[in-house]
Design a protein around this ligand. Structure first.
Ligand code: ACO
Length: 381
């Protein structure tokens, strides 16, 4: 047993996985051997889910059956909608509302307390993945003073979410863009939220617990919360009429970090950021509105000139995702929940994979507290 302490578990190998691989030195991400660029451009989110959960890309017939099964699970119980309503009325934050509602979903799954094999985990995971968009869209609608929109089983996972959010079927470009964003966020090795879900899964707790824990971990600003921070910065710059480069200079002079930059694994630009940047460029070209593209490009160029990117603090996926979501009309504080909506697929895949050859995850801490403290009874203290 080694006594070397690895803060933040940096670089510590804790499991084997066939699911995804991140090469941070060259900026490469693969899901089960397929390059993220090929998947983002050529596969739907449903295909990616199938790949992650069942080990191979589906045939057309397999995809049809899989997508239909997923779509058939979209409805959530009225009690869940009422809880979502109460949370929105109380002013709850979207990620916290999603965490609460996801946990509640298990009450309506008869299998939730019986799962002790990978297949049951995937079956329950399919229900969770199908229902998260319904919960999220309902929360947003209620918050805006509108009624929730029932899911449409004839629409894709991406298209149905945008439909439930706005009440209008999305155009092809919006659906395709959102679908691509879901694919890009679906899995990413043993990041903090995936590891959280795995730790929970390693106790053989049900997968609702794992996904609920994953949502909690993802909500932090050092992880999934950064995409919201990036967009808030862009809005702040816009409202102050400050030059984006000046804003970044001031932030760095004050010792602050630039959200959307830096990554524990990537030492070059995140490949997902490259794809989203390209998408943002397409959207800006077609709408003629280049504001966010201009701001983000100016910030990236400045930080590159300053040598930050060369030092390995390069744009991550969150730097461009916010601007893309903004172009789709999605409210800023829904960005991290949307990340969760996609990443749930990866969490579920990792939990199921880990449980196939399960070993309870139980690390240890070096004890640095006092020894031999003399106990004093309460009434003598
Ligand atoms: N802006 C400016 N400097 C930075 C940034 C940044 N965004 N990120 C890291 N640095 C600097 C640190 O100040 C530190 O400098 P120092 O050695 O001179 O003190 C050095 O880079 C290393 O930073 P660490 O915090 O040790 O690196 P770590 O691997 O723990 O950080 C993290 C990774 C948390 C993502 C960090 O880069 C960060 O806070 N980024 C901003 C938040 C963000 O975008 N998070 C999203 C990550 S992607 C995702 O989760 C989907």
């Amino acid at each position: 047993m080694t006594d070397e302490l690895k803060r933040g578990l940096e670089g510590v190998l804790v499991a084997e996985s066939d699911l995804s691989y991140v090469d941070g030195e060259v900026g490469k991400l693969v899901y089960r051997g397929y390059d993220i660029e090929d998947l983002a451009r050529g596969a739907s989110y449903e295909e990616v889910l199938y790949l992650l959960w069942h080990g191979s890309l589906p045939t057309a017939a397999e995809l049809d059956a899989f997508a239909a099964d997923l779509a058939a699970e979209r409805e959530v119980d009225d009690d869940v909608i009422e809880t979502v309503r109460a949370l929105a009325d109380a002013g709850e934050r979207p990620m916290a509302a999603l965490r609460t509602a996801t946990s509640m979903l298990s009450a309506y799954d008869d299998e939730a307390d019986e799962a002790d094999d990978g297949e049951a985990t995937i079956r329950q995971g399919r229900r969770i993945t199908a229902k998260i968009p319904t919960v999220l869209a309902a929360f947003e609608r209620v918050r805006q003073g509108a009624e929730p929109v029932a899911p449409d089983p004839d629409l894709s996972h991406a298209g149905n979410f945008l439909y439930m959010l706005t009440g209008t079927e999305p155009d092809a470009v919006s659906e395709e863009t959102f679908d691509m964003a879901l694919t890009l966020h679906a899995d990413h090795g043993l990041n903090a939220s995936t590891f959280t879900a795995m730790v929970i899964g390693s106790t053989m707790a049900d997968v609702y617990s794992g996904v609920t824990g994953g949502i909690g971990a993802l909500s932090g600003p050092l992880h999934g919360g950064a995409n919201q921070d990036v967009m808030e910065v862009l809005h702040e710059i816009d409202a102050s009429s400050k030059d984006p480069v000046q804003w970044v200079k001031d932030k760095r002079d004050g010792g602050g970090r630039i959200p959307g930059f830096g990554h524990r694994v990537y030492k070059v630009k995140d490949p997902r950021a490259n794809i989203l940047e390209e998408k943002l460029r397409d959207l800006a070209d077609s709408s003629g509105d280049t504001k966010w593209l201009d701001y983000t490009t100016a910030i990236e160029e400045y930080l590159t000139d300053q040598g930050l990117v060369e030092k390995g603090i390069a744009p991550n996926v969150d730097f461009y995702s916010g601007s893309v979501y903004d172009s789709l009309g999605i409210p800023v504080d829904m960005y991290t929940p949307i990340f969760a909506m996609s990443r749930a697929g990866g969490w579920i895949a990792h939990v199921a994979e880990y449980q196939e050859d399960n070993r309870l995850i139980r690390p240890r801490a070096r004890y640095t507290g006092p020894e031999d403290a003399e106990f004093v009874p309460l009434d003598e203290r």
